[in-house]
Design a protein around this ligand. Structure first.
Ligand code: UP6
Length: 261
């Protein structure tokens, strides 16, 4: 999986969002996913105006926005179309299937109407995927299932991780990939490894987040799409920093597929 270029993995992918994402990465030559964890809509939209051309996907936490209005998602979608990136709502669903299907399609945010894909915990069991499979238009939507986390002391075990991956295999049409940290998590080249916890220098935050470098996550650990939040959003010049991340991450990907591991 890790040494095949993105464009050669498209045909292995069952989920259409995975196919789209491989295609966008290969075309735009970027595997950077911006985690736009800002709390005002103008902040997010202005940032995306500047960095949209450098990213393959934006990751949102819609429930941290202070001034949410329906027209925000309209404008977000316009930017996604203009710059050709996907939208991942990092909702990390973790309830019983019935509740999750409501959380996905109803309420203030109606996530299912605008997000290309969402993140989901396997903790509640496969009912969560069965429910999303029923509520999603699987032709255009996808799920990143959490198989590992970046945070210190998280309770995920090796067995949990393996069972998460086998649970996903039953719902191949909706599974875009896994949120995980290591290349041995799964083998299927049609699935995408989404890896958060990345900054140009190794460090931590005050609440257990552990950062690894682009070299470590892409070359050694097999990350396909790399999530960067504060590394970009907290920079003096986020646009310049987004380009720096894009270039560093792409260089690491090229190194990896060239086989010189
Ligand atoms: N995220 C992680 N680790 C995980 C899963 N998700 O950090 O294992 C998410 C966080 C945040 C982003 O919810 O939105 O990725 C990382 O942001 P940062 O780069 O600012 O730390």
């Amino acid at each position: 999986r890790v040494i095949l270029p993105y464009e050669k993995r498209i045909d292995f992918a069952t989920n259409l969002v995975a196919r789209q994402l491989f295609n966008i990465m290969a075309t735009k030559k970027t595997n950077l996913c911006l985690s736009a964890d800002l709390t005002m809509t103008t902040g997010i939209l202005d940032l995306l105006e500047k960095v949209g051309e450098h990213i393959c996907m934006v990751k949102t936490h819609i429930d941290i926005i202070d001034d949410f209005r329906d027209d925000f998602v309209v404008r977000l979608k316009q930017l996604a179309d203009r710059f050709n990136f996907l939208i991942l709502e990092d909702r990390k669903y973790a309830d019983i299937g019935h509740t999750v299907s409501l959380q996905y399609s109803k309420g203030l945010y109606k996530i299912g109407e605008w997000a290309d894909c969402v993140t989901v915990h396997s903790l509640p069991g496969e009912g969560i995927l069965k429910a999303l499979n029923g509520s999603m238009n699987c032709i255009t939507k996808g799920v990143f299932l959490l198989a590992e986390m970046s945070s210190e002391g998280n309770l995920i075990t090796q067995q949990y991780k393996q069972e998460t991956v086998s649970m996903a295999s039953k719902y191949a049409n909706i599974i875009t990939g896994f949120v995980c940290q290591n290349k041995d998590t799964f083998q299927n080249p049609g699935l995408i490894q989404l890896t958060p916890g990345v900054q140009l220098e190794c460090s931590k935050d005050d609440f257990g987040q552990i950062y690894k470098t682009p070299e470590k996550v892409v070359v050694e650990n097999g990350a396909d799409v790399i999530v960067v939040g504060r590394g970009i959003t907290a920079a003096k010049n986020p646009e310049v920093q987004a380009v720096a991340y894009k270039d560093a991450l792409w260089k690491c990907y090229i190194k990896r597929i060239s086989g010189k591991l």
